[in-house]
Design a protein around this ligand. Structure first.
Ligand code: NAD
Length: 500
């Protein structure tokens, strides 16, 4: 019998196996360049090595940035029209869809996410992001306006022109790798930029396959380059490189601060999508049949490794105990295991350090006197599995309340009224997302407008929609992914004044 806590590698497609066996290489200027050093790729369900990726650094980044700058000015990319850019992106969409099974297997094996989450929201969802942005190149336009010049100087017209910002350095995290790459690449391609993508060292396999699909789609060489490697080496070299016009970063707040400092010193444009500690407000007029599984999904999906995860649940006093009881029962039903099984809801965490970190937060909360309710037991010996945890009794200033855990750990608190709920929700250094469960529309509108965050979900546990911007306030960063905002961040505006 196969172990439910180990990925069953017999399900792998032949192409997935071939990709795992590939020699470590970077995709630069339309070619695969053999890597001079390697990083092992570990299966998070067992800790066993399944592949190797390149450990790139400043040298590889330098070559990739040079290629991206050449491509930016090349007739094959700079001079093709917007409809041609649209067609190229749509080619990529078709290729992602027809290769979704292999991409999803790589994502599960690399990150640990269950197959259903890898195939649907991650791979097909990413295809939707590229499709959305394929519609933009033909709609990018400046403005024309009458301009009043000095008296007697003549008649003037003014107009603005939009052009690609230049080479974008895209640095992404490991939690939903293929989706994070799509959020960076799709608006960049739509705007006519070129990109050097540095995926997370723990989860680079799907980005490497994406490079092949980009080539097959007919996107010219050098437009997208993929250099794998560690953050301190490849990542930081990209941020420091003078040939990069903009850094588009998603990751932790600590790394975001460092990137912001370096980019700021060099006056380099940057957008920072960072961590969160998102509140969920559950009022006593909500439908608990929706709200309880919704609140659970918000924190336990992808084992809590979602930036907008609802990790602080504030429940109105009257229903607090009932909600905790129902949540615990629900958590017990969530199947934790290796993600190739179709009934698994939560896979392992991404790596050993993350497991240790998450477990440490739960143990510290228990030592501080909180009650910890657990979901189904997991096989602890190998692999990076963590059972869902519900923590009650934490204070507002406790570590578990203030810091991002990035794991399947939900802290539950009480509130008496709307004013207190709002004040507790906003009492955080982060400001990424928030959720309201209530049937009172006036309250929903009041509270959603007063929440200090970039996204509010009402009576649902959320999903990214390509047209709606994602991104935070306060320590959750600045700038947006998705929507028109992300496209605009890949464009620069020139004003032209014309005497006619
Ligand atoms: P991380 O900051 O450790 O790493 C993110 C990326 O940055 C990786 O590719 C890493 O190699 C690179 N990096 C690390 N140090 C670097 C440096 N000095 N210079 C340049 N690059 C460097 O984050 P993580 O642990 O991979 O990801 C989890 C975090 O990402 C969580 O905090 C989560 O909330 C956040 N996240 C935010 C969003 C959002 O939209 N706001 C989305 C997903 C994840």
């Amino acid at each position: 019998m196969t172990n439910p806590f180990r990925h069953d590698l017999s399900v792998l497609e032949p192409e997935t196996r071939q990709r795992l066996a590939r020699k470590p290489a970077h995709y630069i200027d339309g070619r695969w360049a053999a890597a001079s050093a390697a990083i092992p790729v570990l299966d998070p369900s067992s800790g066993a090595q399944v592949a190797e990726i390149g450990a790139g650094g400043a040298a590889e980044i330098d070559v990739a940035v040079a290629a991206a700058n050449r491509a930016l000015r090349s007739p094959e990319w700079a001079e093709i029209g917007p409809a041609a850019r649209e067609r190229l992106i749509l080619n990529l969409v078709a290729l992602i869809e027809s290769n979704a099974a292999v991409l999803a297997q790589l994502e599960t094996l690399d990150n640990g996410m269950p197959s259903w989450f890898a195939f649907g929201p991650t791979i097909m969802g990413s295809a939707g992001v590229y499709r959305y942005y394929a519609g933009w190149p033909t709609k990018i336009a400046g403005e024309t306006m009458p301009v009043e010049g000095p008296p007697g100087a003549g008649v003037f017209r003014g107009y603005t022109q939009k052009s690609p910002v230049g080479v974008i350095g895209a640095i992404i995290p490991w939690n939903v790798p293929f989706m994070m790459a799509a959020w960076k690449l799709a608006p960049a391609l739509a705007a006519g930029c070129t990109v050097v993508l540095k995926p997370a060292e723990d989860t680079s396999l799907s980005a490497l396959m994406l490079a092949d699909l980009i080539e097959q789609a007919g996107i010219p060489k050098g437009v997208v380059n993929v250099v794998t490697g560690r953050g301190a080496d490849a990542g930081e070299a990209l941020v420091r490189h003078p040939g990069v016009a903009k850094i588009s970063f998603t990751g932790s707040t600590a790394t975001g601060r460092r990137i912001g400092e370096i980019a700021g010193r060099n006056l380099k444009k940057h957008t920072l999508e960072l961590g969160g500690k998102s509140p969920v407000l559950l009022f006593d007029d909500a439908d608990l049949n929706d709200a309880v599984p919704g609140a659970a999904a918000s924190i336990f999906l992808n084992s809590g490794q979602i930036c907008v995860a609802g990790s602080r649940l504030y429940v109105q006093s009257r229903i607090h105990d009932e909600v905790v009881e129902r949540l615990h029962k629900h958590a017990m039903t969530l199947k934790v295991g290796a993600g190739f099984s179709s009934d698994v809801f939560m896979g392992p965490l991404v790596n050993a350090a993350q497991k240790q970190r998450v477990t440490g937060y739960v143990e510290a909360a228990a030592s501080a006197g909180c009650e910890v309710l657990r979901g189904a037991a997991v096989d602890d010996d190998a692999g990076y599995f963590v059972s869902p945890a519900i923590v009650t009794g934490a204070m507002q200033d406790a570590v578990i309340t203030r810091e991002e855990v990035f794991g399947p750990v939900l802290s539950v608190y009480r509130f008496e009224d709307e004013e207190e709920a709002l004040s507790l929700a906003n009492d955080s250094e982060y400001g990424l997302a928030a959720t309201i469960w209530s049937s009172n529309i006036s309250r929903v509108m009041r509270v959603s407008e007063a929440l200090e965050c970039g996204k509010v979900l009402v009576n649902n546990s959320g999903f990214p929609y390509p047209g709606l911007p994602e991104g935070g306030r306060k320590a959750s960063g600045h700038g947006k992914d998705l929507g028109r905002d992300a496209l605009d961040a890949c464009l620069q505006t020139k004003s032209i004044i014309l005497r006619i």
